[in-house]
Design a protein around this ligand. Sequence first.
Ligand code: HEC
Length: 153
Amino acid sequence: MKKKVLSACIALALGAGAGYTTIVLAQAKPDVLVKQRQAVMTLQGKYFGQLAAVAQGKAPYDAAAVQRSAGFLDNLSRMFWDGFDPSTKDIKSRALPAIWENKAKFDENAARMENETSKLASLAAGRDEAAIKAQIQAVGKVCGACHQEFRAK
Ligand code: HEC
């Protein structure tokens, strides 16, 4: 009896979960997707800004704070791309048409970013300050390269 109730609960939870996902995907309107991706980037700017200040010596190196920001940035770096659905092409934003003309190169930049932020998160768990600072700069280069080519001024 107990087992039956439990499996019913699991089925319900799984069913509800799956239903929710489908609904969200079906209803994400292009203007909402654009707002969401911009929100992710705004937060990337926040946490990267904190790290960049450390790398530039404008803020003191605080291992716990760096680890926290690096972890958030690493997670954020995986969220942004969800907002780049072709349906958003005609919504006004700072995303340049070059993204859609050369999606493979844009995706390559995206993958590089995930790779570099993931390296940074691993390094930040350690205490090698020089290596962490160098990696923050490596991440910054990827931000800059992608903005140069794919973001309006
Ligand atoms: C693969 C490309 C790419 C990478 C890598 C990238 N960005 Fe962006 N970023 C964009 C695009 C495209 C936009 C414009 C999005 C829009 O307007 O919908 C943007 C917008 C922004 C914005 C403005 C958000 C707003 O309010 O509209 C900030 C801040 C930002 N990026 C910070 C960063 C930081 C910091 C990094 C690196 C840690 C980074 N970006 C990495 C492509 C990228």
